[in-house]
Design a protein around this ligand. Structure first.
Ligand code: PRT
Ligand code: ZN
Length: 287
């Protein structure tokens, strides 16, 4: 009999831990925070959360110890495990980049031919160099890759970068992006129908949360003679809702706008005569 509980592995302690727990909680799943524990069963949804080291997650998912997991694309690609990518989660963004001492002159990947490159990502890097027909001498080290050039261990490094400050403080300059990464939800290849159903429900909720974060809900009042212009500024999901106000000659307009450019839209609305503009965050958005 197939167990009717989906086991999801998340990073126990590290950069992805907080956001992994937060995205599951945002799906309405209630569970303990795993402090000092390896696993936690949800109280109101058929999932069990396993708290593990991120490097182990792809293998555990391939082996079926976990049915699904949340882990960086960089780790999934490096491990090369037989798992399916369910969807990108939009957090934990970083890039795996090649970086060289500031004085290094770089004009293209072929300049790396024969150089010593220190990295914790030998598989992703080999694949990248192979694709560019370049062979280099890779040194696999597990941490503090950025110090390798200054201690004479390597000419160039290939490491994860987010703000770039680690490279900068070590006198290194980013020269090439090897992989753009974010946290991924992954799942095992052969997942039974009961677990697939739970996974589908989970994905539905995750997508509603991600979509909601990309948008804002806007409400405003407008004199009826300005409505036509104002409505053209607000595409909405289908089209904006327009409701009459108690005061004659005025309407209330409700719509959804993209979260990135909402300031520009608000300024345009105000310029066209909108008043009492409210911009609200959206919790979930089901399209
Ligand atoms: O203990 P465990 O094995 O579970 O964790 P870990 O130490 O291996 O991983 P952790 O928690 O450091 O990172 C987990 C995941 O977060 C990574 O696999 C990436 O997918 C993602 N991530 C996002 C990052 C970064 N941003 C990041 N900046 N992982 C590491 N870094 C490091 C990078 O290695 C470098 O040392 O941060 C430094 C660079 O940061 P900037 O901001 O100075 O550029
Ligand atoms: Zn790790």
């Amino acid at each position: 009999m197939e167990e009717k509980r989906l086991r999801i592995a998340v990073q126990r302690s590290g950069r992805l831990s907080e956001s992994s727990v937060a995205i599951l909680r945002k799906c309405g799943i209630e569970f303990g925070n795993g402090l000092g524990k390896l696993r936690s069963s949800a109280r109101n949804f058929p999932v069990e959360i396993l708290f593990l080291r991120d490097d182990d997650i792809p293998q555990y998912v391939e082996d079926g110890v976990a049915d699904a997991g949340i882990v960086g694309k960089n780790v999934v690609f490096e491990k090369g495990c037989e798992v399916e990518v369910t969807q990108g989660l939009g957090f934990g963004r970083c890039r795996l980049s090649l970086a060289a001492p500031k004085q290094f002159t770089y004009s293209g990947v072929s300049d790396l031919e024969g150089l010593r490159i220190a990295t914790s990502y030998p598989n992703v890097l080999s694949e990248f160099l192979g694709r560019h027909g370049v062979s280099a001498d890779l040194h696999t080290i597990s941490g503090s890759v950025e110090v390798a050039p200054s201690i004479g261990l390597a000419d160039v490094v290939c490491d994860l970068v987010s703000s770039g400050s680690t490279l900068f403080t070590n006198g290194l300059r980013e020269i090439e992006t090897v992989l753009e990464s974010e946290a991924l939800l992954i799942h095992r290849r052969l997942i039974g129908p009961a677990k697939q159903e739970i996974l589908d429900k989970l994905c539905f909720r995750i997508r509603a949360g991600i979509e909601a974060e990309k948008n804002k809900y806007v409400l405003l009042n407008a004199p009826n003679d300005k409505l036509e212009r104002i409505v053209t500024l607000l595409p909405g999901m289908r089209s904006p809702s327009v409701l009459p106000l108690a005061e004659s000659g005025w309407s209330s307009v409700h719509s959804v706008i993209g979260g990135n450019d909402f300031w520009q839209v608000v300024e345009n609305l105000k310029a066209e005569g909108a008043e009492g503009i409210l911009v609200l965050s959206i919790d979930q958005m089901v399209l």
